[in-house]
Ligand binder design. Structure first.
Ligand code: C2O
Ligand code: CU
Ligand code: CU
Length: 485
């Protein structure tokens, strides 16, 4: 049992914690029995997790099936899945299947694609994932708190033919703001933070706990799936002594390539699939560093090599390229052109010195609906909250079946991982230069003042959210609806 016996190691406590989660899941026979192979039952509700890394200290969280992260949903490409969601929270929720190309009615946006799931109610999501890859799920109601208190889980769509690696490893990376006694700090939606980087926390977890060393074996080839489920934290990871190869971005295969400068940029909601040949020395440890924020570098974890003989002498000789997904390829010369201008937030020092105005902040009047202050805008309009503001008409209507080319201009002084629901788009240019490696994404990270061109075929009808995935930015206006009809 879990008690404050000081000789119990954290590892044992964690194991005991998992045991508790299993035990409480068994109290709900409906939730775990009688499910067919591709059926899942997911219940958002209260839970506890070990986020502080201190013995015996657990934090009260909101969790799917009492687990942080939520249960891993793993299905085969092209196989129908049915997921029953039972709301055990004390407030409305929904589940959004981030990155999956699915029918609009299954997209999980309250007030836009479905009514909210009320406390005690159920909603059944059914879809057939067309693409293999690394995806995730999260609520789309009261997002700041529901995501910030822990509701997130991995959604893995398997290739029909398994990829040739020794191990398939998943790291769900989450960021928490904890106060000194290990509780989730209050104060979600602080407008000052929302006008800057958003609620960046002070404690990063890997698969739901404070990262311990990750054991690896010399010579093995690992596919490492990274998912950043943070509210606001952007990561820039470096694997000391290793050369990861990026094989997929946001679940979508790309030309295998090494990251620029060895740094893997991962904004909120973004995923990377890496292949790493473990070419370090048996018995040694190699740090994984996140140094995105100046002066705030930290060691996320270590790759700890077993003192075992290498699995093989030379790296595995198998192709790295993943099979491509059935994405419709946009016809660029004939694509319709659109522009989206991101404005608002605090100006940078340089902008203020140069006499730049607080653009955005002052001109925001049209189309803001009451969920809190509108601090950000897209083309001069601000949708706030979680996307249920039906009073605001879609920003643009895209002709169904046509190719569309969208230029996104970030006129702000802040980073924005811009996400489009229901589609994967090709990332064509960044600041006028072609983006190499044939990249597709559902979330594209714009640095301050970046301009990015994306393109896709609008083959999926419906009203789809487009928003920044820094949740404070989303709920403070950096959000809109795109209609495909
Ligand atoms: Cu992860 Cu509206 O999205
Ligand atoms: Cu999404
Ligand atoms: Cu943003």
């Amino acid at each position: 049992s879990v008690n404050s016996n000081c000789s119990v190691s954290r590892r044992e406590l964690l194991r005991a914690g998992t045991g508790l989660a299993v035990a409480s899941a068994m109290l709900w026979p409906r939730l775990s029995l009688a499910a067919a192979a591709s059926d899942y039952e997911i219940a958002p509700g209260p839970g506890r997790a070990f986020l502080k890394g201190e013995q015996g200290q657990s934090t009260s969280v909101w969790a799917y099936n009492t687990r942080i992260p939520g249960p891993e949903v793993r299905i085969r490409q092209g196989q129908p899945v049915r997921i029953v969601v039972e709301n055990r929270l004390e407030e409305d929720t929904t589940v959004h299947w981030h990155g999956i190309r699915l029918p609009n009615a299954m997209d999980g946006v309250p007030g836009l694609t479905q009514p909210p799931i009320k406390p005690g109610e159920r909603f059944v999501y059914k879809f057939t994932p067309p693409d293999a890859g690394t995806f995730w799920y999260h609520p789309h109601a009261n997002s700041l708190q529901q995501l910030g208190r822990g509701l997130a889980g991995a959604l893995i769509i398997e290739e029909p033919e398994p990829v040739h690696v020794d191990r398939d490893v998943l790291w769900v990376l989450a960021d928490w703001r904890l106060d000194s006694d290990g509780k989730i700090a209050p104060g979600f939606g602080n407008p000052m933070e929302a006008a800057m980087s958003g609620r960046v926390g002070n404690s990063v977890t890997l698969n739901g706990s404070v990262p311990e060393d990750q054991s690896v074996r010399a010579g093995e080839r690992v596919r490492l799936r990274l998912i950043n489920v943070s509210l606001a934290r952007i990561m820039a990871l470096r694997f000391e002594g290793h050369t990861p190869v990026i094989v997929a971005v946001d679940g979508q295969p790309c030309d295998p390539h090494e990251p620029k400068g060895g740094r893997l940029l991962l904004g909120p909601a973004m995923r990377l699939d890496l292949v790493i040949d473990m070419q370090g020395e048996s018995g040694k440890r190699y740090a994984v560093i996140d140094d995105f924020y100046d002066g705030l570098a930290y060691e996320l974890t270590n790759l700890a090599y077993a003192s075992q003989s290498p699995l093989r002498k030379n790296p595995l000789n198998a192709p790295l390229r993943l099979p491509r997904n059935p994405l419709p390829v946009p016809d660029l010369p004939n694509a319709e052109r659109h522009e989206m201008v991101l404005q608002g937030g605090m100006p940078s020092m340089r902008d203020m010195m140069g006499g730049g105005k607080m653009q955005g902040m002052s001109r925001m009047s049209g189309g803001m609906a009451g969920h809190g202050p509108a601090i950000w805008s897209i083309n001069g309009t601000s949708m706030t909250g979680d996307g249920h503001d039906a009073e605001i008409p879609p920003l643009i209507t895209l002709k169904q079946g046509r190719s569309h080319f969208i230029t996104m201009r970030n006129e702000t002084a802040w980073w924005h991982p811009m996400h489009l629901h229901g589609f994967s788009f090709r990332v064509i240019n960044r600041n006028g230069a072609p983006v190499p490696h044939n990249q597709w994404a559902d979330t594209v990270l714009l640095a301050p003042k970046d301009t990015v061109d994306i393109a896709f075929v609008a083959d999926n009808p419906g009203d789809w959210m487009l928003h920044c995935h820094v949740t404070d930015h989303q709920t403070a206006g950096l959000m809109t609806v795109i209609r495909v009809a």
